[in-house]
Design a protein around this ligand. Structure first.
Ligand SMILES: NC(=O)c1ccc[n+]([C@@H]2O[C@H](COP(=O)([O-])OP(=O)(O)OC[C@H]3O[C@@H](n4cnc5c(N)ncnc54)[C@H](O)[C@@H]3O)[C@@H](O)[C@H]2O)c1
Length: 477
């Protein structure tokens, strides 16, 4: 089966399935499709699937014309029909890995994807997880799930085992059923045969590193780490990914690759926490932290600049420590430094509210009853993602304290507050700025013009160093 798959890859006739078509999955699907590989995207969301099949783009980092082109020439199509996984030679999983209500890893999306794959893949499939997760997920969580689910795979039916030695599937079965005219039987297996890893499928982990909004690095030119359970899996994965990714870095196992992703994200978390803590101290001491960072950056070695802000956001950095903590507990290990870093960041929105009340106090106003306009709710500049954004947390706290809140974000037309209300982005005009008792800059979108904001706003709390000119009406982090 390995040689069948490798020869398909060599002749560019393989089909890649991408499971989960969000911020990570859709760019990856487009990257393969642009390389001329047939791609089928799988998502449970009918509306996303319909949008893709119409060529309607919903990811800011993908150019509309590029998506339309790969859809028009049928290199990329999308479906909610997971039985079509049997048409794929490789399945790359890009589903969410959020936290549950007790802030524990919610593995239900990976679980659902594995069960669908086990039930519907054909023998000889390469599977790779791209979602961020804790080390050991691929081998200890996914592998048994896929093997167990494959007991219901039609390829495992006794009829499909006609040439079988009763241990596992073989090439004859694969070739018998690997075409649309001769699909596998549709009833589940009565026997409990399952696919076996290393024989019927190969499993790997390759963390996605996409950085939404980054103009220089995108899916194709960002080096990718890959670790597989077996050398055969690694070889197949390398051949597959090389089509869409310029540079691969191979590691010895999935758990190394899983730890790489967690290291990268926790490195950011700890350093952002460090600079946030120093920013709070500097603020108390009357030292401009932004000037400090600019000066420190002149050191040509041993220092990398991180910038303070109202907290951390997005789908990765705030959540990953909880994934790591989950597995560390199993090893009776206390992640005290990472814990402290997370704690500092969780408190940042509360410090920002103190900043806002101090600013309002300077004009003899309270948070209660004030009109507060927030500029930017995305968790970082120039993107349309507000997941875990600290701006939302700050807005919710001041709403609880009685403020009247509005916001402007050019990329996020509406948001839900914790209080169940829906807010629409207001236009950014001289009038909206003038009407606010306080304007809080929560995201430094590059379209924000410092001069215009400063000209019309009565009071500014700048949490992102957008306003460079010192002014008694500007309160900076
Ligand atoms: N967004 C980022 O910047 C980023 C960067 C690197 C890594 N990651 C990681 O990548 C993973 C995906 O993140 P994302 O931002 O793309 O999430 P997303 O929410 O934008 O997209 C996930 C997609 O998966 C679909 N989905 C959910 N369950 C499914 C299932 N069982 N079968 C098929 N589709 C299913 C959802 O409908 C959605 O379209 C996460 O683990 C995340 O931590 C994200």
């Amino acid at each position: 089966m390995k040689s069948t798959l490798l020869s398909k890859i060599t002749s560019n006739t393989e089909t890649i399935g991408i499971v989960g078509l969000g911020y990570v999955g859709l760019p990856l699907a487009v990257s393969f499709a642009q390389a001329g590989i047939k791609v089928i995207g799988f998502d449970k969301s009918q509306s996303k699937v319909d949008q893709i099949n119409r060529g309607d783009n919903y990811i800011k980092d993908i150019r509309d014309a590029v998506l339309r082109e790969v859809v028009d020439n049928i290199t990329l199509s999308a479906t909610t029909d997971f039985t079509r996984m049997k048409e794929c030679d490789a399945l790359l999983i890009c589903v969410p890995t959020p936290l549950d209500k007790f802030r524990k890893p919610d593995m239900s999306y990976i679980e659902a994807a594995c069960i669908a794959i086990g039930k519907h893949m054909k023998p000889g499939t390469f599977i790779s997880l791209e979602s961020t997760t804790y080390p050991t997920t691929t081998e200890e969580f996914m592998l048994p799930l896929i093997e167990e689910a494959s007991k219901e795979n039609p390829f495992n039916r006794p009829e499909a085992q006609n040439n079988n030695d009763n241990n596992h599937n073989n090439n004859d079965n694969y070739n018998n059923y690997n075409n649309d005219n001769n699909p596998p039987p549709s009833q589940p297996a009565s026997s409990a045969l399952s696919f076996k890893h290393g024989i019927d499928f190969w499993l790997a982990y390759s963390p996605e590193r996409v950085d939404p909004g980054n103009a220089s690095f995108h899916t194709k030119n960002t080096p990718k780490v890959l670790g597989a359970i077996t050398p055969e899996g690694l070889e197949i994965g390398k051949q597959i990914y090389s089509k869409a990714i310029d540079q691969l870095h191979l590691v010895s196992s999935p758990k190394v690759a899983e730890m790489v992703k967690i290291l990268e994200n926790t490195y950011r978390l700890v350093n952002i926490s460090l600079i946030n803590e120093l920013a709070l101290l500097a603020g108390k001491m009357g030292i401009d932290i932004w000037e400090v960072i600019e000066a420190a950056k002149t050191k040509p070695f041993g220092f990398q600049a991180f910038y303070p802000g109202p907290g951390i956001g997005g789908h990765c950095i705030p959540l990953d420590p909880f994934y790591l903590e989950h597995i560390a507990k199993k090893y009776d290990f206390d992640l005290s430094m990472i814990h402290t870093a997370g704690h500092i960041n969780m408190r940042m929105p509360h410090y920002m509210v103190i900043k806002i009340s101090t600013a309002l106090n300077s004009i003899k106003k309270a948070v209660n009853g004030s009109n507060i306009l927030f500029l930017g709710v995305a968790y970082k500049p120039n993107i349309d993602d507000a997941r875990e954004s600290p701006a939302l947390e700050i807005m919710n706290i001041v709403i609880r304290k009685g403020a009247r809140v509005s916001y402007h974000d050019p990329y996020i037309p509406s948001i839900e507050t914790h209080h169940g209300a829906s807010l629409q982005s207001v236009e950014l005009t001289s009038e909206t700025l003038r009407n606010a008792d306080c304007v809080v800059i929560t995201t430094n979108h590059s379209v924000f013009e410092a001069e215009m904001i400063q000209q019309h706003a009565r009071l500014i709390v700048d949490l992102r160093n957008v306003i460079q000119e010192a002014d008694e009406n500007v309160f900076k982090l």
